[in-house]
Ligand binder design. Structure first.
Ligand SMILES: [Zn+2]
Length: 69
């Protein structure tokens, strides 16, 4: 096991990595399950997943913070 491995977020729809600099959609299961992440371009899948359980999910868009540079 690698100790200093950065946490990689993968899209639940296409299973590709979501880079840190991209905004993403977070589908939080209100029953306490693990949140699922989606590319904004895979948002259709996120909305479909949310529609499976109306009121049971919280879908939020996480914007990338401006980095001081
Ligand atoms: Zn995706």
């Amino acid at each position: 096991m690698s100790r200093s491995r950065p946490k990689v977020i993968r899209c639940a729809a296409c299973e590709k990595r979501i880079p840190d600099h991209e905004p993403d959609l977070v589908l939080q299961d209100l029953d306490g399950g693990l949140p699922r992440f989606f590319h904004t371009r895979c948002g259709g899948a996120a909305y479909a997943a949310a529609a499976e359980k109306p009121g049971g999910h919280l879908l939020t868009v996480r914007h990338v913070e401006e980095m001081a540079n």
